[in-house]
Design a protein around this ligand. Sequence first.
Ligand code: UD1
Length: 416
Amino acid sequence: MDAVRIYGGNRLCGQTTIQGSKNASLPILAATLLIEGTCEIENCPDISDVYHMQRLLTSLGCSVEREGMLVRVNTEGLSECDMPSDSVGVMRSSIMLLGALLARAGSVCMEYPGGCVIGARPIGLHLQSLRRMGVVIEEQPQGFCAEVTRLKGAVFRLPFVSVGVTENLLLAAVLAEGVTVIEPAAREPEIQALCDFLNLAGARIEGRGSDRLVIHGVEKLRPVRFRVPADRIVAGTYLCACMCTGGSVFLQDAPVQDMESVLEHARRMGASIDCAEDGILVNGRAHAGRICVLRTGCYPEFPTDLQSPFMVAMALSGCRGQIEETVFENRFRIVPELAKMGADICIQGNTAYIDGCRRLRGAIVHAQELRGGAALVTAALAAEGTSIVTNRHYIDRGYEDLVLRLRELGAAIELA
Ligand code: UD1
């Protein structure tokens, strides 16, 4: 029962509400560790990565309750600084707990984090940067122990932009002694959400949304209630599924303002996009026959997390496309799977050349990571015949009720 079966060919039509953002929820949940008392996080998606983060917080002694989409975290019982390896191993965002735990408890031991297999994803820059804030880190083959009396602010000129490092340093800096400067900081909307959460709780972060964040350390933060914004990557995935099947879907609550580059590429590929205050209406034209060249990058450029779904749209476009992946070196893992469905894609270095056909055929394909898995489902929705996508657990990491929601939009899809 770790697969989905899809009878392809149905156009997606109707309306779906976009869930809260995974990549915003995870660091915000980690940030609750900085706050004594109970924080209430609204619109927190019910997905397995969030569940693992809840488990990690519980294993540290916090009390965590979910009521629908509201998650309450009370950190008063925080007692442990060692994280259970089964959750750390499956989720890369566990590294996010490092900065927060050091700020709150002063010491932490953990195994090296896991997550999607989309590249080397080292954590060297996390550790190197925290050392500059006064943390002593002892590395062992399986993991590391870190310790600090009080974190000290520092000025960072980072060698490259990293979402995770920016978040970890933010979490370490808000309660640190003195001022921290992060440059270049990642500007992703999820980082903006984290800044909003922390500032609401009493932090002093300047430069939200820019590539230079200045954090003035404060003594204490207070508990708050905060609403997680909608997930731009999930919205982009449904948008792609709509384009590929030639459907018409209203993406309720989709964060229009955060999706400029995605919407521009979808329009270039022939989709009609109407933006409203409360969402996006997509009218897909399958096989639109428009050339598309795409290059992933840090926000506000095209997100690497939507590269695979757009590859499927290009594979179905009936003309040539090109994708340059600049963020993760191993993000073309769906190519051999798409080939089983009849796609013609050739990889040279970090560029994929797509010779778009007009139809794919059903096949048994294997998800190997989260976004690639969702892209294979997208391909299967548009393909002729029946497909089975295995390893559903990867998809469950980030998509709430994908099967149910797609079925509500008219897809013939079931658990298998
Ligand atoms: C986050 C997102 C992920 C998204 C990615 C890029 C979360 C939970 N995950 O991942 O969905 O695809 O941003 O937008 O928010 N790197 C190093 N050394 C380090 C840290 C990173 O070399 O210490 C490299 C990575 O291997 C990668 C690049 O930096 O090539 C960018 O990674 P980063 O921005 O840190 O991504 P994540 O935070 O892991």
